[in-house]
Unconditional design. Structure first.
Length: 156
């Protein structure tokens, strides 16, 4: 437990340093599910929760469908989420990084990553479908690689 706290403090310090060094940029902090984005949001009040933006803008029928879907989401549900995520009105501002699962309209991407063994441990602990989660991780890797923006990788 002590190591987790020390690691979390190290990551928060690293992210705040990146934010300060890039204060004039619109920053999107991304990571696949199970990388600890929600935990970081609690400790980084200057950040905006990208998922909340999407949930708040969904039409009622889509909201109901997604909120009742079992986890892990099947491919159809995940594609519905992605479709609405892309449509969401993200207004990333300098000094208010968005923590998200997708690269949005920004100037800099901060990519949160875990070693494969740590990621698989977290996925398994949460009862997620390992094959599906690795597929999602590979998809985000590709999006980040091909986004054409500066990327800073932060190992968790």
């Amino acid at each position: 437990m002590k190591n987790n706290k020390i690691n979390n403090e190290r990551i928060i310090h690293r992210l705040r340093t990146i934010f300060a060094e890039n204060a004039d940029k619109r920053i999107c902090v991304v990571g696949v599910s199970c990388t600890g984005k929600s935990t970081l949001l609690r400790d980084l009040p200057e950040c905006v929760d990208g998922d909340s933006i999407v949930w708040d803008t969904l039409p009622e029928d889509v909201y109901e469908k997604l909120s009742r879907s079992p986890t892990p989401w099947d491919e159809e549900t995940l594609n519905t989420w992605k479709e609405w995520y892309i449509k969401a009105d993200f207004d990333i501002k300098p000094g208010q990084p968005v923590i998200s699962v997708w690269v949005e309209d920004c100037d800099l991407v901060v990519y949160l990553t875990l070693s494969e063994s740590e990621y698989l441990k977290r996925v398994t602990m949460r009862g997620r479908n390992v094959k599906e989660m690795l597929k999602q991780r590979a998809e985000l890797d590709k999006v980040v690689r091909e986004c054409g923006l500066p990327v800073i990788v932060v190992g968790l």
